[in-house]
Design a protein around this ligand. Sequence first.
Ligand code: NAP
Length: 282
Amino acid sequence: MITVTGATGQLGRHVIDALLARVPASEITAAVRDPAKASDLAAKGIRVVAADYNKPETLAEAFKGTDRLLIISGNEFGQRVEQYERIIAAAKAAGVAFIAYTSIVNADGNPMYLGVDHKVAERLIAASGIPHAFLRNSWYNENYVTSIQGGAAHGAFIGASATGKISSAARKDYAEAAAAVMAGAKAGTFELGGSSAYTLADLAVMIGEATGKPVAFHNVAPAEYAAQLKGYGVPEGMAEALADSDRHAADGWLFTESKDLETLIGRKSTPMVETVRAVLAG
Ligand code: NAP
């Protein structure tokens, strides 16, 4: 049995689709915070169980009979380390034989605030003694939906990653890689990034070519970027985290030359320009 946590999230749903292409539905468990959101998955023959990272009793029950567990990192900042401790303890108790975890690219040295919990999670999993895979995902192409829409509407967008190259790929690319690792129980550390990298100035050109109007990228200081994001209604913690990520992206921490993603999915990743066109097509 392959169990996927966070299966009702955006990445999780793609992972389930990619797994269905590889294994029968009866061999997949969707371990989700709210089973009511997974009725469509149950209708496909997937076992749906409650698994709230904050409720250890649900985890113990959810992981019974699980051979391989994909832990999709959560998004409740400040609580994630305790959540990972609970998840890994429950996995050990259930006799899980293989764990994969969605981490961050270049996790060994990545100084991003968002990377801190990922490093702890990797350490906890390694210490568990359970054979494992670290899926070190770079950025999603989809992280730039707002920049693409804003750039198209106003002729400009802002960021703080300067000339840093971003090796992003589409969520569904990372999901396919996760499914390949889960179906094959492939242990290892995978640095997962897009087949081609770009700067935000390059992204501005892509948006301009798609709209037929010039689009500019304005690089601003991280503090100013955080302030602007807050002004647009982004919650303070997230605004600071995004500005911090851009600051370190400027130094190349979201860039990788690794071909692990291509190797796992057997094709090139989705180019950013394709995501730009899809976003603008609505
Ligand atoms: P997402 O759509 O926000 O999905 C997060 C998933 O985590 C959801 O399924 C959510 O459950 C689940 N979750 C959160 N707290 C939980 C809890 N206490 N118990 C059980 N489940 C919980 O994010 P995504 O786009 O799929 O990305 C997956 C993860 O990658 C994120 O959570 C984050 O750690 C990371 N991430 C990476 C990037 C990147 O660019 N590489 C960008 C954003 C996020 P519900 O379905 O019930 O909400």
